[in-house]
Each structure stands twice: as C-alpha cells, then as structure tokens.
Ligand binder design. Sequence first.
Ligand SMILES: *Cc1c(COP(=O)(O)O)cnc(C)c1O
Length: 473
Amino acid sequence: MNAEPLRALPSVDRLLATAEARSLLARMARPLVTETLRVVLDEQRRRLRVPASNQSDSQDVLLDAAAIVAEAERRLARLAAPPLAPVVNATGVLLHTNLGRAPLSEEVARAIADAARGAVALEYDLATGKRSERDDVVADDLAALTGAPAATVVNNNAAAVVLALNTLAEGREAVVSRGELVEIGGSFRIPDILAKSGARLREVGTTNRTHLADFKAAIGPATALLLKVHTSNYRIVGFASSVDVRELVALGRARGLPVIEDLGSGALVDLSSLGLPKEPVVREQVAAGVDLVTFSGDKLLGGPQAGIIVGREDLIAQLRANPLRRAFRPGRLVMAGLAATLRLYRSAPDLTQVFPVLRAACRSLESIEETAYAAAELLAAALGSDYRVALVESECEIGSGALPDAVLPSRAVALRHAKHGPDAIAKRFRAAEPPIIGRIRDDAFLLDLRAITDPRLLVPRPASDARSGRVGT
Ligand SMILES: *Cc1c(COP(=O)(O)O)cnc(C)c1O
C-alpha cells in the first residue's frame, strides 16, 4: 500500500476551491461537478492502492488538483451536448422510424424553433382576443389541400385511428376486410387498436379477397361504421381483390354508416406526378366520399409527428368532444411545425426542393453517383490502408410503410476491413461524432448516398474524449 501519495491526493473541497473548478461551477450545476470530482478522485485512490509492481498504468495516476479537475471537466463536457443530437442517416431508408422519420425542411425547423422560444397564439384568436380552437391553426390549409371541410390533429396516426373508432364505434362494430387487418410495426395492429378503442372488430372476406357482398352481409343493428385500412407496408398480389372505396362509400350512404379510412402515410400530392409510384392521395379519398380520413404527419407528408383527421364537420365535432382528444392533443411545437409544413405545400413552387424526403426520393442517379464518388475518395483517404473502399449499386426504400414495393435505385460506398468484420466497422461509424448509421450487406458496411448531399458527412470524426468519457460510473 502506497500511503504517501494517497495522503497527497487533494480533498473534494480543495478541488472545488481551485480556480479551474470555480470556472467550471459557473457553467455547470454544483452537485454534478462535485459528484464527478469524487468519481475521478476515487479512481485515483483505487489505482494508488494497487501495489506498484502490479501497476501497468501508474503514470496515469493524477495527483495534481488541476489535472484532476481537468479530467472531471473532460467528462462533464459530454453533458453539455444534448443527448438527442443529430445522426447521419445513410441506411438507405428515407423515412427511418428509429431515426425519427421525416427530416424537416429548413423553414419548418425554423418555425418550430421560433414557436419554442416563447408565446404563440395557439388557442387565441388575435382578431377578437377570445379563445379559439387549436385546430384552427391548420384548418384553412388542410381544407385547401384536402378538400375536406373540417380537420383535427392529434399526436400520431395511431391516436387518430383510436380517437375515430372510440368516438364513433365504442361498444359497437367496425366492419373491416380481413385483407386489411394490418400490423404496422411498433405494435400497431388494427385488431388490437380496435379492441383498445372499445370497438368490436367485425372482420369480413378473406385474406386475399373481399367483396362488397361481404360487407353487406355483415351490416346489422350493432354496426357503427365501415373501416378501410391502407395496406401500406405490404401488397397482396395474385388472386386478390378488395372493395373499392367508392363502392364502400355508396354502401355506407345507403345504410347510414360512416366510412372511415386509415391512409397511413397519406400523400397530399400525387407522387406519380413527381415520377414516383402512386400512393393514395388524401384529396382523392375525400372526393370519393370517405367520411373521415386519417394519416400521419411525419411519413411522406414530411412534417413533424402528428396524426391528422380530415372529413365531415359533424363527425370532427364529435371527435373534438371526446376526452381522448384532450389526451392526444399535440403541443405548440408540433402545431407550429405542421402549420408551416402545410403552408409550404400550398406556396412552394417546387416541393422536391423544399421537403428533404421528396428531394431524396426524386434525386437523379447521376447526382447520387457524383456524391458517392466524392465520398468514396474522402473515405479512402481518411480510413487508411486497412480499409477497402468500393462504390456499389444499392437500393433505397421510402420506409415507414410507405410505398412498400417502390425500390429506388441508389449508390453506396461499401467498406471492408482487412481484420474486422462489417459489425465492427458499423460500430466505429456509430461512435463517430456525429454518429453515422449505415447498413450491412454481403459482408460489407454500406453507406447509402441517396439522402446525403454532402459527402464530408460520411467521414467519421472521432468523438472527443469528453464524449466517450463516462460520468458517474
Ligand atoms: C404508419 C401507419 C399507422 C400509424 O401511424 P403513426 O403516425 O406511426 O402513429 C397507422 N396506420 C397505417 C396504415 C400506417 O401506415
């Protein structure tokens, strides 16, 4: 035991009194600084207790007060950065649910930041000075974009479906085709959602074929509504048929039953006009007579996470009166972001220049290849001779259940290492600052370029020591 140096270690109080610690305390909370100093001190103490002959890192023992405070400061720097900092999405999945789905356009991000800083007229009519309805913020734009007379907004599309079903079908039956009992992922399954909403599922038809007659036969005194669900993340091909929404609407009208459609992604514009595969357009479903249409704000729409319900005024009024609407209502950041997104849909001359997902989806292969080439060169230079860097063909998907059979051709940089497998490469890129997320294919780590316009983003910068240092453990 090495008693001399142990006694030489400064106390926490002495450390706190140093000029370095005092400057640290001006920036960070005292209990956190104290705790971190204590942790660093304990480490030094433990090292000193190891007999000198066993010490492999005796030169690392910090005895000097300034050095101990500097070490604590290095660890604390990690806490100065927000935990949910940006990452680089080179996965080839444009709307990656685990990476936060739609990246927002610059203007929308600014609108959210502006609303974040202070008060906004969220439920306040500036003309009269009276209280207004939160949905008014987006009502006009949604009406103009979808043709529906009324709308309400909740936190996500799952909540939108629950709210609609609970309001209109609690204790009664919702009739839905067996071919549309979808699971979206993240435990969104139509049968479970129906059960939780208090509605009873009345399934009709078969997995691959459902006819109007199936719906007709199922309607009885307990029927509350007819439900259509967009099978957004899969396709039934081959001997298949489903009931056209116009037929369902006609049946609903004849029997006095509302028709509700969960569109999932829900495009506000016809994507085929941008050269992409067609996804159902909200306006077209409204025009077809669907009484309520629900869709997500952060899928193809390209806005913040939200669930949007548009449709008949009387039904929307019923939804608003449901206490669940209060439980599901979004805050001002979402409303500001959604309002700015919708306004861009109405005003921007070219949507593919404004919305990152549309821009990425519509990007030419030529442009992707150019960035991929530049990225490959940068990476070859930065990574050293143990790495093999190649330019390869790749495929992108929109993701989040939108356009499941749309495969967008792309280019990727493929990385292999002389000694390590792709998992180790992926780990190294995840540890970079900012973290870079790719995917593994054929024993290589792939970085897809469709969503990346600046090749420099793909060169991993080592995390500062501060970031990798651990606080309090
Ligand atoms: C994505 C999706 C949902 C869930 O929407 P969230 O906004 O993720 O809550 C519901 N229904 C369908 C058909 C979907 O594609």
